[in-house]
Design a protein around this ligand. Structure first.
Ligand code: UDX
Length: 447
């Protein structure tokens, strides 16, 4: 009989995982504790913007005309426990307020709510990003709280999806990593991931701590790459070099690679910043803090870039105060193809300039609603053309395709001064300069 799967938590990770599991042919039941989310998902609507996810839900959510009917949602823990052979825990682990450590309360609550209903054999699979050692502890919680005791097993299966590419990354992962304690768990997970494995995704089997560490190590490496190139950008700025050429040239060395070497205002979002901080906090608890002190530098290089973008803007406006200056900000989300504004470098820069008296108008293709909620005092516009009207300077802070496709000549008609600062090194300087703009970018010579 085909395996039945439940997915606990329906954020970026859980909603995508649930839809992907239905796409792979499994019967899936998703759970969330937020009623509005469940109501939306039951109608096939996605609570956030993620390309391709709405289409995938429509294909599978029960009750939608023409769907496979394999995907349903509930708020009932007993129903979830009764339904599933495998329970994927996909709740989030945000940074604790005022601390580096991550907040495990949603994970702990999910295990505490599910376990008492597990009366027969089941496999619980953690996917959330957690401090190393959590799986060991949560495995004990399951055995203690579940009526089926030792018949309930735990496995750890970190998720590497990128926002904006979540559907593609989930259906075609570049690797599947599982921390298991029994052959039975491994066999079940091989069954779940048989299709991606058949398509060539490597399947790495390991222990709990290694599985947990793979995720934080991968994100730390990516953060390090970005901060490395941003540190090089700082040196280029001081020496008159060009970080874009430098990145291209070092990237031809395939030991280094081209990816994640785009200099600019740095990384943000709900993962990289909080993951490196939680990793440092956990290493400290384990007495291995020295091993990760470099991550403190990675974090501070990253945060410094935001302030440097503010200073570059001030300089472009002639130095001194922002008072009386109109600043157009293109981009609010932490990356393109997402509506996520968590720890967004773009909004941070916009907020700093606003607090210093600048008249800021922000436009973003998908992030405006979330940005308005988070920074209600900033100015907003519904189009790029509207945002730049009367601007003394235009800041390009999130690299949406829409911004690369703007017509600088037409935009130039609406601004007060044709000055564009590229905080993502993603616009074509030649095109903007040909249209009469002063183009400046982080880590590149003035022209
Ligand atoms: C990241 C990891 O890539 C993913 O594997 C993990 O599962 C979750 O965290 P995500 O947060 O969606 O994914 O975004 P990512 O594509 O990694 O970008 C993170 C940030 O780095 C963005 O703000 C992006 O703009 C910035 N970035 C990325 C750069 O500044 N330069 C680059 O070269 C690449």
């Amino acid at each position: 009989m085909a395996l039945k799967i439940t997915v606990i938590g329906t954020g970026y990770l859980g909603a995508t995982h649930a839809a992907a599991m239905a796409e792979l042919g499994f019967e899936v039941l998703g759970l969330d504790v937020v009623p509005e989310k469940i109501e939306m998902l039951q109608r096939g609507e996605v609570p956030m913007y993620e390309p391709g996810l709405e289409e995938l839900l429509a294909k599978h959510v029960a009750g939608i005309e023409g769907s496979s009917g394999r995907l349903r949602f509930t708020m009932d823990w007993a129903e979830v426990a009764e339904f599933g052979d495998i329970h994927f825990v996909c709740v989030n682990t945000p940074q604790k307020h005022g601390e580096y450590a991550c907040d495990m309360s949603y994970v702990d609550a999910a295990f505490a709510s599910l376990a008492p209903h597990l009366t027969g054999p089941a496999l619980v699979v953690g996917k959330s990003t957690v401090p190393v050692g959590s799986a060991e502890r949560l495995g004990r919680t399951l055995v203690e709280l579940a009526p089926a005791g030792e018949e309930v097993e735990l496995a750890w299966n970190p998720e590497f999806l990128r926002e904006g590419l979540a559907v593609q990354d989930t259906l075609h992962p570049d690797r599947i990593v599982v921390g298991v304690r029994s052959e039975r768990s491994e066999k079940l997970l091989r069954e779940v991931y048989a299709t991606p494995m058949a398509e060539g995704s490597p399947f790495v089997v390991t222990d709990f701590p290694t599985a947990e560490l793979v995720k934080t190590a991968a994100n730390s490496f990516l953060a390090t790459k970005i901060s490395f190139i941003n540190a090089m950008a700082e040196v280029c700025e001081a020496a008159g070099g060009d970080v874009v050429k430098l990145a291209e040239a070092i990237g031809y060395d395939d030991r280094i690679g081209k990816k994640f070497l785009r200099a600019g205002i740095g990384f943000g979002g709900g993962c990289l910043p909080k993951d490196i901080r939680a990793f440092m906090a956990r290493a400290g608890e384990l007495g291995a803090d020295q091993a990760l002190t470099f991550l403190r530098e990675i974090d501070s290089i990253n945060m410094r870039r935001r302030g440097q973008m503010v200073e570059m803007t001030r300089e472009a406006l002639g130095g001194g105060s922002f008072l009386g200056k109109r600043i157009a900000v293109l981009g609010a989300t932490f990356k393109p193809d997402s509506d996520d504004v968590r720890d967004s470098p773009a909004l941070n820069v916009a907020g700093q300039i606003h607090l210093q008296g600048g008249q800021v108008t922000v436009y973003d293709p998908k992030g405006l609603a979330n940005a308005r909620r988070l920074f209600p005092t900033l100015g907003y516009a519904d189009t790029a053309a509207e945002a730049v009207r009367g601007a003394h300077v235009v800041l390009h802070l999130t690299e949406w395709r829409e911004f690369r496709e703007l017509d600088p000549a037409a935009l130039g008609e609406a601004v007060t001064d044709r000055v564009v600062l590229d905080g993502r090194n993603a616009l074509d300087p030649a095109v903007w300069r040909a249209a009469g703009w002063t183009y400046r970018a982080m880590g590149r010579p003035a022209a």
